[in-house]
Design a protein around this ligand. Structure first.
Ligand code: DX5
Ligand code: ZN
Length: 218
């Protein structure tokens, strides 16, 4: 089953509740929330207050992607705000095992994200501890960037590692996912697609979500 996680980064913030409702009615499975601190990535976005507010407007799982340097400081506030999944970056967590345990102890599912240049092998020794792997297919920090095509092989490698672990671990792809690239990432083994621009900038949010979901069968 493919899950679609629209990224609020590309939504119209003046009508956020309405945009979330449209995504939910249009078949979205999760809501993806990109948290940026201006240090790990050169951009600033949302804090726990936004998550708490969004929590009131949807029943969908909130998939919080932390692009921050001090991830440990933010686990508890985002969990308390209503995050169902908290994903941290491998590159920013010196003590990744401990950070993963802290997320799970706080009651959220734990994800780990890999930048385009970070090999999948960096997760080999902790794969059984995590609930989700997020492969970045653009450099994190901004929406509407071009999909990095040589990520496809990395997705396949991650799929093999996940299958080998015999655990149910989501394989989520983030960056430049649209109706053309969706088929390739699904065929490579992804089962969660994050998409900002291709959903919220489309004429129809519902049609955009459907076309992503069925991409692999076309
Ligand atoms: C980028 C974010 C993405 C972003 C994707 O740093 O992690 O979630 O919203 O945007 P699109 O789908 O426009 O590439
Ligand atoms: Zn993201």
């Amino acid at each position: 089953m493919i899950r679609i996680a629209p990224s609020l980064l590309a939504a119209d913030f003046g009508h956020l509740a309405q945009q979330i409702a449209e995504a939910e009615q249009g078949g979205a499975d999760w809501i993806h929330i990109d948290v940026m601190d201006g240090r790990f990535v050169p951009n600033i976005t949302f804090g726990p207050a936004l998550v708490r507010s969004v929590r009131k407007y949807t029943k969908l799982p909130l998939d919080v992607h932390l692009m921050v340097e001090d991830a440990d400081n933010f686990i508890s506030p985002f969990c308390a705000a209503g995050a169902d999944i908290i994903t941290v970056h491998q590159e920013s967590c010196l003590h990744l095992y401990r950070t993963i345990q802290a997320i799970k102890e706080s009651g959220s599912k734990a994800g780990v994200a890999l930048n385009p240049a970070t090999p999948v092998d960096t997760l080999k020794n902790i794969i059984k501890e995590i609930d989700l792997v997020l492969i970045m297919t653009v450099e994190p920090g901004f929406g509407a960037q071009q999909f990095i095509r040589n990520s496809l092989q990395k997705i396949q490698e991650m799929r093999e590692m996940i299958n080998f672990s015999k655990k149910e671990i989501f394989l989520e792809i983030d960056g430049g996912v649209d109706r053309d690239t969706a088929a390739d990432v699904i065929n490579a083994g992804a089962n969660v697609l994050v998409a900002g621009t291709s959903i919220f900038k489309a004429d129809s949010i519902q049609a955009a979500i459907s076309s992503l979901r069925t991409a692999s069968t076309k």
